[in-house]
Design a protein. Structure first.
Length: 229
């Protein structure tokens, strides 16, 4: 069955262009043109991925993302004319998984969608990790804290699993960016800081005094060697 993609774009010409190219690539698309309708369609259709313009009527893209992230870790690709670094960092801070600015290449858009879905759907034969009160399952790409499931995005899981499988090792922000976004990254090192902050809020007993994801001043971040505690 073709993966279902929700397109949230108030410019109907752009929405149709995106849908046409994605459908030609084998995806199924649903078009919406405002935030309220998009949220309704999201709840009813449960898409595999969302392509989201920030500047949409009735509920902007940032608020839409905040609401979706309360209930789902579905990949969100922001597609917008707002290209400043601050806009990108804010988008990642609230839960976006990728960010593409207008004007854009339809070929690149399709490639980004495929990459996000591959990362979301890939299976793993690696063992489940138990770290303190965290349980990290790479096969299901799920995280539990004290037995309760934590809603976690694709980017957050990738970063957490990368660090948790290498406890005690320090990685620079640049190294972590290379792992999370790869060579075609569109962000700066502040985006890693945003991801780390999001993970701490979700996973740490006290985000201000992190137990798991620790800052090594002047060097980067590491996952504490909790297996020895």
């Amino acid at each position: 069955m073709a993966a279902k993609i929700l397109i949230v774009e108030d410019d109907r010409h752009i929405a149709e262009l995106v849908a046409k190219n994605l459908e030609a690539a084998g995806f199924s698309c649903v078009q919406t043109h405002d935030g309220i309708t998009a949220l309704h369609e999201f709840e009813n259709r449960q898409p595999a991925l969302v392509i989201l313009d920030l500047m949409i009527p009735r509920m902007d893209g940032l608020e839409f993302t905040r609401r979706v992230r309360k209930v789902s870790s579905v990949p969100i690709l922001m597609l917008t004319a707002r290209s400043s670094e601050g806009d990108k960092v804010l988008g990642f801070e609230i839960g976006a998984d990728d960010y593409l600015t207008k004007p854009f290449s339809t070929r690149e858009l399709v490639a980004r969608v495929r990459a996000l879905l591959r990362r979301t759907n890939k299976s793993s034969s690696e063992d489940v990790l138990t770290c303190g009160d965290l349980r990290i399952d790479p096969g299901r790409r799920e995280v539990e804290r004290q037995g309760k499931k934590v809603e976690i995005t694709t980017l957050e899981f990738d970063l957490l699993y990368f660090l948790a499988t290498r406890p005690g090792r320090v990685y620079s922000r640049e190294a972590l960016m290379e792992h999370v976004w790869g060579e075609e990254r569109v962000v700066d090192v502040r985006s890693i800081d945003s991801l780390i902050s999001r993970l701490r809020r979700k996973l740490e007993p006290d985000p201000a005094a992190p137990v798991y994801i620790q800052t090594v001043w002047g060097a980067g971040y590491r996952f504490a060697d909790v297996f020895e505690q």
